[in-house]
Design a binder for this molecule. Structure first.
Ligand SMILES: *Cc1c(COP(=O)(O)O)cnc(C)c1O
Length: 405
């Protein structure tokens, strides 16, 4: 995707607009499967919550991936994208028994992450195969908001509760066909990940009817040149060896599952905004754009740093800018950022805008959520229209009578 492609998309579809590069998603998919090519049965389930547009689900499914979902609505999106229930996994946290039962009824593999619901589900549906999510209590990440394997985490069944888990399985006669862990985003140290994997192997040997081991995700992607990222190739080599050895010992074929979101789509996304105002103050130069944390919340919410380039004037002399939004509340995208000289009307492109960007967008300040475009085979495909005023008022019910003073 060149700057010219992006400028043409902004011109045709307006701004703000999210653009996803299909080629990049595919190369990431191939990089991951390539790293694990020594594992006989590998399955990649794309984490739908990262970017849940139907066209993106269809694209990634086309590469051979299944889907990892966290709500019944995501399951329905995957089904609407034409994906078979047998290719969908449901990995929620803290949902009701009703929701789990409804999803299991659709023929989707369910994953349960607490003993209370496990006991209730197993008692009512002992024949439905269930995966269990364990918490190995391993810290694998920087940002505490997205580290989910540690001791205070609400996710998973603690490994210290495995005896209780086994008792529930025995008493209900239920069938556990998978063990899962997801230690959270940002795997920087492969040894930490492998340590968690050893805990999963150790747990798995007590279950006799397993079909798969799911190692979750948390692969870190670079946000800028020189950033540390998960060394997928090294992880692939080391984990494949251990997995193959475990499978041999286990005596039955097992599938190795991953459920990446960010790794597949983060770098493929560009968010295009237009500069409304250049505001010189006594302390900085603000570039105010036609968007805000309503459309891209990551910088304010996680402190994430998205590279910003001025694609209207890429060769311009670099100057320092604070890039801010138009929300009536502080919404800073970047401060003291060196960007090629910006004029009002220029189009800026934010990098790493594929994962957890559109999917976290809201209508705050009663703004429309942006359009989405998939750049596929050299062509721009509009895959979501920008919202309209009708979308904003669609579910609202105005009072019928005049309000008295
Ligand atoms: C969010 C999530 C993922 C995806 O995580 P990434 O860091 O985006 O790869 C995978 N599995 C589960 C259970 C999740 O909740």
């Amino acid at each position: 995707m060149t700057n010219q492609n992006l400028l043409a998309i902004a011109k045709e579809h307006g701004s703000p607009v999210y653009v996803y590069d299909a080629e990049k998603i595919e190369s990431q998919y191939k990089r991951l499967t390539g790293a694990f090519n020594k594992v006989k049965n590998l399955r990649i389930n794309y984490a739908v919550k990262a970017l849940s547009n139907l066209a993106v689900l269809q694209l990634i499914h086309g590469f051979g991936a299944g889907m990892d979902t966290v709500s019944i609505q995501e399951v329905r999106l995957a089904l609407a994208a034409g994906i078979d229930p047998s290719k969908i996994m449901f990995t929620p946290n803290g949902v009701s028994l009703d929701e789990l039962e409804a999803v299991a009824k659709m023929g989707v593999q369910i994953n349960i992450d607490n003993l209370s619901i496990l006991e209730q589900f197993g008692t009512k549906h002992p024949k439905t195969p269930v995966c269990v999510r364990i918490n190995p209590h391993v810290m694998a990440g920087g940002n505490t908001n997205i580290s989910v394997g540690h001791i205070d985490s609400k996710f998973g069944i603690s490994i210290h509760q495995i005896p209780h888990l086994l008792r529930i399985v025995k008493n209900t006669g239920m069938n556990i066909n998978g063990i899962h862990m997801h230690t959270g985003s940002d795997i920087l140290d492969i040894d930490v990940f492998l340590h968690a994997a050893e805990i999963l192997f150790d747990t798995a040997k007590d279950f006799k009817d397993l079909e798969f081991l799911d190692f979750g995700s948390g692969f870190k992607v670079p946000y800028k040149e020189g950033d540390i990222e998960t060394n997928i190739e090294e992880l692939g080599e080391k984990l494949s060896k251990r997995f193959n050895a475990f499978e041999k010992n286990y005596g039955k074929p097992l599938t190795l599952v991953f459920e990446p979101g960010k790794f597949l789509v983060s770098e493929a996304g560009k968010f295009l905004v237009q500069v409304n105002v250049i505001k010189q103050t006594t302390s900085t130069v603000f570039a105010q754009v036609d968007s805000g944390f309503n459309h891209l919340i990551r910088p304010m919410f996680y402190g994430s740093r998205h590279e910003i380039t001025n694609i209207s004037n890429p060769k311009g002399r670099e100057r320092f800018y604070s890039v801010v939004g138009y929300i009536c509340e502080t919404d800073t995208f970047a401060t003291n950022r060196r960007i090629a000289e910006i004029a009002e009307g220029d189009i800026l492109a934010f990098s790493n805008s594929g994962a957890y960007c559109f999917s976290m967008a809201s209508n705050y300040n009663s703004r429309y959520r942006p359009a989405e475009v998939l750049f596929l085979d050299g062509k721009a495909h509009l895959i979501r229209e920008r919202e309209t005023f009708d979308d904003l008022i669609k579910n609202q019910i105005p009072l019928k009578e005049k309000v008295k003073a």
